[in-house]
Write a protein that binds this ligand. Sequence first.
Ligand SMILES: *Cc1c(COP(=O)(O)O)cnc(C)c1O
Length: 387
Amino acid sequence: MKLAKRVESLPPYLFAEISKKIAAKRAAGVDIVTFGIGDPDLPTPQNILAELHRASDDPANHRYPESEGLPELGKAIADWYDRRFEVKFTPMKETLPLIGSKEGIAHVALCFIDPGDIALVPDPGYPVYEIGTMFAGGTSYKLDCTRESGWKPNLDAIPEDVARKAKILWLNYPNNPTGAVADIAFFEKAVAFAKKYDVAILHDNPYCDVAFDGYKPVSIFQVPGARDVAIEFNSWSKIYNMTGWRIGMVVGNETMIDALMRVKSNIDSGIPQAVQRMAIEAVYGPQECIDEHNAIYQRRRDRIVEVLRRVGLEVDTPKASLYVWAKLPAGVTSADYAARLIEDTGVVVTPGRGYGLNGEGYIRLSVTTPDDRLEEGMRRLEAWKGL
Ligand SMILES: *Cc1c(COP(=O)(O)O)cnc(C)c1O
């Protein structure tokens, strides 16, 4: 059989490759400690699970859901944005639930990108921005982000002809993989750029409530006029430990939301309604879990940063996200470092190269490793003689 070029040109999904390596080691009897994927180890809060149990008994939730989601969920999304950012959205018109935000992030390129079109994509960055663009037949123009620039793109450095041709600009702060954050002034510049060049901004904000030391991440919609040019993806996954339930959201520009809704209604049949009920409960139920989780992540972050510095890596303490991003000694590639570490110690970290060329020379460690395993991993890392 002949597979499509889009499948054959697909790079191996970063985590799939790592999962394979882990499986091989485990099969060989090695005790693996992983700091790989950012997937909360703590369970979904009890009140949210109780709502799933209740909702699963209701036959109304056994049938096809609507693609646009329950009206109550649209209202919950709008209420959540109002409460969290003091930004008002019209439910359903300016809100749309997703089957996890990754689903919407992958499909949204179909709304903007025709074959040959350009997407502006930060490097390093979450791989799905580029892959979605490729699936739609477009090309990603990589925006260099470096430690010196606080892992933010310099929009003024984009060549005029590229900016004029570009259809979309992807942004993600707090950032995966670097843990970098952006302030309102940065988003103001981005909105001005988008208006000048008629580019749509797609901001990915799943870490807006995973933050430390009292820092409060912002929404792009705190910038006046952002709604003219932007949508923002968000998710219950990282905030409420709900990665396994697959529910996310996107809010903002009505025309853009409507386009994504029309694309999606031809692909999927919505989110299981019992899971939508969980998301509604997460919004209106007790919120103490957020501070509790962040206190745990912050303690783990501090421990990881301390040990990484002690073994000679350079680390900027992240204010938000689930990740510690560490600079390797000069001349060491991230793939070599990660491969040797897993080989010698059974400790898994993510090579920065998997997030783009500018991720080379860095590794990413997730703070979602349970405390006892984290201690074991840090003990092994400190005892490792290194490369
Ligand atoms: C985890 C993550 C997502 C996906 O979250 P889901 O809602 O679980 O699909 C999206 N973007 C970034 C940058 C992430 O790290």
